[in-house]
Design a protein around this ligand. Structure first.
Ligand code: TXA
Ligand code: MG
Length: 326
């Protein structure tokens, strides 16, 4: 298949809308990562997403909406907590899980009776969803198990020849995926941490919010089982920032690359920046991994930032390295 890669304008949005109407899939930018979208109500189109990504069928997708009407079109029940999230945190990099309407196909939700809903902040994403005129279900636009795409070039690396259109937008501002918040349980549960942190959600809801590990691990999101964010080469993680350890790792293998915050620049020529602080790490992590794998035989990620946002980045890097910590 020939993949068109087009700047976002009136013409490309019209083409994207037509493709969605015709049951095709389209890659588009959001403020978190690029998504690979289809009409949420079109089961055959949704299947194409799983095929293009090589995604396991039991890992559900997020329905992306442009406004509150979009939320009501897929959710059976918009609870008081859901209203608070909509008022306080949407649009933005947060996804809420609510009871689904029966019109939302099982292919989207992997057979669950709930649906994940997100209202992106990105103007480009909102323009695409509005042009399509239906909620757009979308996972990240990477091949399954690979680092998520934060630039249109990353999408092209994975999807060229597999999908008809990539909408070529800005690089993603946030850089890691949305916080997934389950509002269908006795207590609000964060199924995937992101830059919308537990304390931000607690201040909006006015009550305590939990991670599943603190309540019941069986409540974890289906997606958590799978290999994630993995570069093509062997990858390790250091969390204490011990420079002697880092030095020894780099000296033992001339092909080793270092993915770390700016404060570690200079330790090797094969350096791939995570910028400064938690926001820098979130913004750079997937691009740094995709750059590093091109020229390195091995990768060491150093992630020693502290705090809630930094912990959300940790959630990604610990998966990237398959749990191999030095
Ligand atoms: O920022 C984002 O959320 C990006 C952009 C494109 O919006 N999308 C994204 O989608 O990260 P994906 O498919 O890579 O991750 C969706 C996550 C998975 O962990 C999945 O298991 C969870 O959301 N999820 C989806 N529907 C769910 C449901 N009904 N119940 C529990 N978890 C759900
Ligand atoms: Mg993903």
């Amino acid at each position: 298949m020939k993949t068109l890669i087009l700047d976002i304008n009136k013409d490309s949005l019209a083409l994207a809308a037509k493709l969605i109407k015709d049951g095709e899939i389209v890659a588009f930018p959001t403020e978190t990562v690029y998504g690979l979208g289809a009409n949420v109500f079109d089961e055959n189109a949704v299947k194409k997403i799983y095929e293009a990504k090589g995604r396991p069928g039991d890992n559900p997708l997020i329905a992306h909406v442009a406004d509150a009407d979009g939320v009501y079109s897929v959710a059976a029940e918009v609870t008081e907590d859901a209203m608070k999230i909509m008022r306080g945190l949407m649009p933005g990099p947060v996804t809420m899980v609510l009871k689904k309407k029966s019109s939302v196909p099982d292919t989207v939700t992997a057979g669950l009776d709930t649906v994940a809903i997100r209202m992106p902040l990105s103007e480009e994403a909102r323009a695409f969803i509005s042009a399509a005129g239906v909620p757009i279900c979308a996972p990240s636009a990477n091949t399954s198990s690979r680092p998520s795409p934060t630039t249109w070039r990353h999408v092209a690396e994975d999807m060229d020849g597999r999908i008809p259109l990539i909408l070529k937008g800005k690089n993603c501002d946030v850089g890691i995926e949305s916080t997934v918040l389950d509002l269908t349980r006795k207590v609000p549960l964060i199924l995937r941490p992101g830059m919308v942190t537990k304390s931000k959600i607690e201040s909006v809801l006015g009550k305590e919010v939990f991670f599943p590990d603190a309540v019941d691990k069986s409540m974890n999101s289906p997606g958590i089982r799978y290999k994630h964010y993995a570069p093509k080469c062997d990858t390790y993680l250091n969390v204490d920032g011990d420079r002697e350890k880092i030095r020894a790792f780099l000296d033992a293998d001339a092909g080793a690359g270092l993915v770390a915050s700016e404060k570690y620049r200079g330790m090797t020529d094969k350096f791939f920046t995570l910028g400064d602080g938690a926001a820098g790490g979130a913004h750079e992590i997937f691009a740094a991994l995709r750059d590093a794998e091109k020229s390195c035989g091995k990768i060491l990620i150093v992630w020693d930032e502290k705090g809630e946002e930094a912990d959300s980045v940790y959630n990604r890097v610990i998966k990237s390295c398959g749990g191999k910590v030095i």
